[in-house]
Design a protein around this ligand. Structure first.
Ligand SMILES: [Zn+2]
Length: 601
C-alpha cells in the first residue's frame, strides 16, 4: 500500500457527494475545492492531479489522444473496472461507454473541476465507485488545452468566476463546438479519430456554462431531437435522462430546466426554442453516428461552487441511471444502427427519403419559467431600452417552441463516389470513421451529380469561412468512369448519416457549405469579346430557337440587356468551350453499388 492509499482509506465519508468533504486530506482536494472555488487548476496541476489518482488506483488510466496545436497532450481519462482500459476491452465487457467532455470552451470549465472530484470519489474515496459497475467512463478533462492556458480575469465578461479562466477558441481561432463535421482543428481531428471512432461512446455529455438571460436555474440541459437523427436515441434521452435522471438532480436541491435559447434576447416573454442542433455541435454530431448526446449548461451568474456541484450532480445522476439500466442505452444505440444500416440496403427509393435539416413549427406550449423579474430602462448610451434583472423570484408562463418538422429532405442514394483527387474530402471520411473502399479497376456507370444553380457566400466570416448557402441544385445524370483509387462510400453502415450530411450539397454542415468545393464554382477559362461575338453570330444562325431565347431575354431583362459581358456569356455558356464541370459537385450519388470485383479488398 502506498501512503496515498492509506490516507485514502482513512477518509471519513461525507453524507452525499460533494458535501464539504470533512476529513478529506488536502492531498486529495482539487484546486477548486482548496481555494473555496475561487480558482480552477492549471493544465499542469490538472495533469499532476490525474497522474496522482492513476498511480494510486487500479480503476483509472490517463491516456493521451494526440497533441494540441501548441503541442500539449490531449488527455483522455478512462475509468473502468476489470482493467477495461482499451476500446476492445470496453466492448468485450458488454458495458455502455459514457464520454464526458469538458472545456470544449475553456472559459466554461466547471466540467473539469467536477470530473476531477468525481474521479477522486470513484477511485480514491470509493464513495462513487459503484458508478463503474455497469459502465465504462471516459473523461476529456480539457478538450482545448491551449485555450485553457490562455487564462485571464477577463476571459468571460458575463461569468461569475473562477477568478482566472481560459478562452473560448483554440489558438488558431476555431470554436471546437462548431468543428465536429468540417474537423479543421488539430484537437477535433485527434478527438474524432482517436477517441470517438475508436471508443464509439454510447452517450456523450458535453459540459458548458451558459450566456443569456438571468433566471433561477443553476443548470440547464439540451439534446438534439431533430428528425435527422435516429429516433431510438432521442427516445432514450427523453426517457432516461429527462424522465428519470433529472428528477434525481432536482431532489438534490438543484433548480434545473431546459436550455433557454430565447427567441429575442432582449425579451424573455417572447419565449424560447428548443430546436434541432446542426451536426457542427456536440449534441448534433453523435446522433448522426447513432449515439445519444446531452448538453449540460450551468448558469453563468451562479457562484462557481454551485456550478461545479451542479455539473457533478447531473453527470453522477446520469451515470447512476446508465448503471441502473445499461441495456436500455445499449439497445437504443443498437436499434439506431440497425435502422440506419437497413436504410442503406433499402431498394425502394421512397423509403430512403430522409431529412437533412429541420425547422421549428409555429406550435408552442406554455412553459413555467423560474425567472427573476425583468425591467427595461431607457439607456442614453445604448440609445435603446436595456433589460435589467432583479433578484426577486418571478415565475411566469412563456411559450416554448419545441416541435420540429423536416425542412430539407433528400433521397439517400445507393452510396457516394468520390474522385481520389478530392483528398480533403476523403480525409474527412477517414476522420469520421466512415467505411469506404477504393476502386481496384476502372468502372463506368450512370450517376447523379448536383449542379449548384444558386448559391451565396456569407459576407461575414464564421470559423474562418465565408460559408456557402446553396440555395438551389439541379440533379444531373451523367455517364462517368471511376478510376482505380477513387472511393466508394456504401451507406449500409452506422456512419451513413455522417456521409450524407457531409456530401449532400444542401445539408446544414455539408462540406460544400464549408467551402470545400468553392473552386468548382469558379470560371477558369474566358473568351475574348472579339472571339465570342463571331461565335455567337454563328450559333444564332445555326439555331433559331437559341436566337429567339436570346432576344426574349434582352427584351425582358433590362440589366442583362445593358451588360455586354453577360450578353456574350450567354453564348459562351452554351458553346462547347464552356467548362462542363463548372458548378458540378464532384462527389456523385450512385444509382447502384459497384460490382465487388471492381473494388479493392
Ligand atoms: Zn460553451
Amino acid at each position: 500500500m502506498t501512503s496515498a492509499q492509506i490516507r485514502a482509506d482513512s477518509l471519513a465519508l461525507a453524507p452525499r457527494p460533494m458535501a464539504p468533504l470533512p476529513g478529506l486530506s488536502t492531498f486529495w482536494t482539487t484546486r477548486a475545492e482548496r481555494s473555496g472555488y475561487r480558482l480552477t487548476s492549471t493544465y499542469d496541476e490538472t495533469v499532476e492531479y490525474l497522474r496522482r489518482i492513476e498511480s494510486t488506483s487500479s480503476l483509472i488510466r490517463v491516456q493521451s489522444f494526440g497533441a494540441s496545436g501548441q503541442g500539449r497532450n490531449l488527455l483522455l481519462v478512462v475509468a473502468a473496472k476489470d482493467r477495461a482500459f482499451t476500446p476492445e476491452a470496453a466492448r468485450a465487457s458488454g458495458k455502455p461507454v459514457v464520454l464526458v467532455q469538458c472545456g470544449v470552451h475553456s472559459g466554461e470549465i466547471e466540467g473539469k473541476d467536477a470530473m476531477l472530484a468525481l474521479l477522486r470519489d470513484i477511485a480514491i474515496t470509493g464513495r462513487q465507485q459503484d458508478l463503474l459497475d455497469h459502465c465504462i467512463l471516459l473523461i476529456v478533462p480539457m478538450f482545448s488545452p491551449d485555450a485553457h492556458e490562455r487564462r485571464s480575469r477577463t476571459s468571460r465578461i458575463n461569468q461569475n468566476g473562477p477568478e482566472e479562466t481560459g478562452w473560448r477558441t483554440t489558438p488558431i481561432g476555431l470554436n471546437l463546438n462548431r468543428d465536429y463535421m468540417k474537423a479543421e482543428a488539430p484537437e477535433m481531428r485527434a478527438f474524432l479519430s482517436q477517441v470517438f471512432t475508436r471508443w464509439w461512446p454510447d452517450l456523450l455529455v458535453d459540459t458548458h456554462t451558459t450566456d443569456g438571460l438571468d433566471c433561477r436555474y443553476d443548470v440547464t440541459w439540451g439534446y438534439n431531437h431533430g428528425p435527422q437523427g435516429p429516433a431510438s436515441v432521442t427516445r432514450w434521452v427523453e426517457t432516461a435522462f429527462e424522465g428519470r435522471a433529472l428528477p434525481a438532480v432536482e431532489a438534490l436541491g438543484h433548480v434545473i430546466g431546459p436550455y433557454l435559447q430565447l427567441r429575442d434576447w432582449s425579451d424573455p416573454f417572447r419565449g424560447f426554442s428548443s430546436g434541432d442542433t446542426p451536426p457542427r455541435f456536440s449534441t448534433g454530431y453523435p446522433t448522426l453516428q447513432c449515439r445519444a448526446a446531452i448538453l449540460v449548461e450551468t448558469h453563468m451568474l451562479k457562484p462557481y461552487e454551485t456550478r461545479v456541484r451542479a455539473t457533478y450532480d447531473v453527470v453522477s445522476a446520469m451515470l447512476a441511471e446508465v448503471n441502473a439500466r445499461p441495456q436500455e442505452l445499449l439497445q437504443a444505440v443498437a436499434d439506431a444502427e440497425v435502422q440506419v444500416v437497413a436504410r442503406g440496403r433499402e431498394p425502394d427509393p421512397a423509403k430512403r427519403r430522409i431529412a437533412l435539416s429541420s425547422q421549428l413549427t409555429s406550435d408552442s406550449v406554455m412553459f413555467m419559467l423560474k425567472g427573476v423579474r425583468p425591467t427595461w430602462e431607457w439607456s442614453e448610451i445604448a440609445g435603446a431600452p436595456v433589460i435589467r434583472y432583479g433578484t426577486a423570484p418571478f415565475d411566469t408562463l412563456i411559450p416554448r417552441f419545441f416541435a420540429l418538422a423536416p425542412a430539407l429532405t433528400v433521397t439517400q442514394p445507393a452510396g457516394y463516389l468520390v474522385p481520389q483527387e478530392w483528398q480533403s474530402v476523403i480525409e474527412r471520411l477517414v476522420l469520421h470513421g466512415v467505411r469506404h473502399r477504393r476502386f481496384a479497376r476502372a468502372w463506368s456507370d450512370t450517376v447523379e451529380q448536383a449542379r449548384i444553380v444558386d448559391w451565396k457566400a456569407a459576407s461575414e466570416s464564421r470559423e474562418g469561412h465565408h460559408a456557402l448557402s446553396v440555395d438551389r441544385v439541379e440533379s444531373v445524370r451523367r455517364w462517368r468512369t471511376w478510376r482505380p483509387g477513387d472511393v466508394w462510400v456504401p451507406l449500409d453502415q452506422r456512419s451513413a448519416l455522417v456521409a450524407v450530411q457531409l456530401l449532400e450539397a444542401q445539408a446544414p454542415d455539408a462540406l460544400a457549405r464549408w467551402n470545400f468545393f468553392d473552386t468548382v464554382l469558379e470560371k477558369k477559362e474566358y473568351g475574348e469579346a472579339y472571339v465570342v461575338e463571331p461565335l455567337a453570330r454563328k450559333m444564332m444562325q445555326a439555331d433559331p430557337a437559341l436566337a429567339k431565347e436570346f432576344r426574349a431575354r434582352v427584351a425582358a431583362d433590362s440589366t442583362f440587356a445593358k451588360d455586354p459581358d453577360a450578353r456574350l456569356e450567354f453564348f459562351y455558356r452554351r458553346s462547347p468551350w464552356a467548362d462542363p464541370e463548372q458548378n458540378l459537385l464532384p462527389v456523385a450519388r450512385a444509382l447502384r453499388a459497384p460490382p465487388e470485383d471492381a473494388l479493392a479488398k
